[in-house]
Design a protein. Structure first.
Length: 268
């Protein structure tokens, strides 16, 4: 008998291939064993996916640090996990737009007169969500490289792995909780006010466990991280404003905001 995955001669009565590690399948595919395979893959406590998801909350240094150090059979590898997060995030947005469109309201986070501009931003981000998720990672890794200067535990490539896992975990958790909150009628704007601080705290928790630093050092590094984040935000804002000015959208937005402020004054 040979392995159907790598065509290697198998050891008699073996359950797994001694070369590729693939499980030996002796029975034909039926609805029963297909269902068993699905439940084993996604709902068994000992499966890699659930172990990775739970591990990134409890012991991120085991999942992320283990992958960086070469332990790569215990958990889902970083590329597959990030790809899963992109897929789930896309499905999450599809569910929101299809079943809970009224919750796609971010007006609580914008000034009067900027609602239309905010809607355009949200639509743009949703359309290119996967691209934004991929762009965040190298930027965050670069900022972490600056923030943790003097602690040369991870190089830039390893920091990419760190933030691929962190970004994927945040996206998966947000999608799972977000659907439940949307079903309760809670808007995305309100959820963002809750989720953004939690995202920051989770990222800080992961970095603390990975770098094995104290609270004082973590606070200092977090401040440096936010300094870098603000610098990036200012640069991005300037670029966006220039683009909007060239397209004529900046002027219309300012006029709309001015009209909203005048209407608010008249209503007082």
């Amino acid at each position: 008998m040979i392995c159907k995955n790598c065509q290697t001669d198998l050891i008699p009565n073996s359950d797994y291939c001694h070369i590729c590690g693939g499980k030996i399948i002796r029975n034909r595919l039926t609805f029963r064993n297909l269902f068993e395979h699905i439940t084993e893959t996604f709902f068994n406590y000992d499966n890699k996916l659930l172990r990775t998801f739970l591990g990134l909350f409890k012991t991120p240094e085991d999942v992320i640090g283990g992958y960086i150090n070469g332990t790569r059979k215990k958990h889902v590898n970083v590329i597959s996990y990030f790809a899963l997060a992109i897929t789930v995030s896309g499905l999450y947005l599809l569910i929101l737009n299809k079943f809970f469109p009224e919750t796609l309201d971010y007006s609580i986070m914008v000034a009067p007169g900027q609602e239309e501009f905010q809607k355009k931003n949200v639509s743009f981000v949703q359309e290119y969500m996967s691209l934004f998720m991929m762009l965040y990672v190298p930027i965050y890794a670069l900022m972490a490289r600056f923030s943790f200067i003097g602690l040369n535990k991870f190089n830039y490539t390893e920091l990419l792995v760190v933030f691929l896992y962190i970004q994927a975990q945040i996206s998966l958790a947000t999608a799972i909780v977000g659907v439940a909150f949307s079903a309760l009628g809670i808007t995305q704007g309100v959820m963002s006010l809750v989720f953004i601080p939690l995202m920051i705290l989770y990222s800080a928790f992961c970095l603390k466990r990975l770098y094995k630093i104290g609270i004082g050092s973590l606070i200092l590094r977090t401040i440096l991280f936010f300094v870098a984040l603000i610098a990036v935000f200012i640069i991005v804002t300037i670029v966006v404003m220039i683009i909007m000015y060239l397209n004529g959208e900046l002027q219309s937005m300012m006029e709309a905001q001015k009209a909203a402020m005048e209407a608010a004054k008249q209503g007082q």
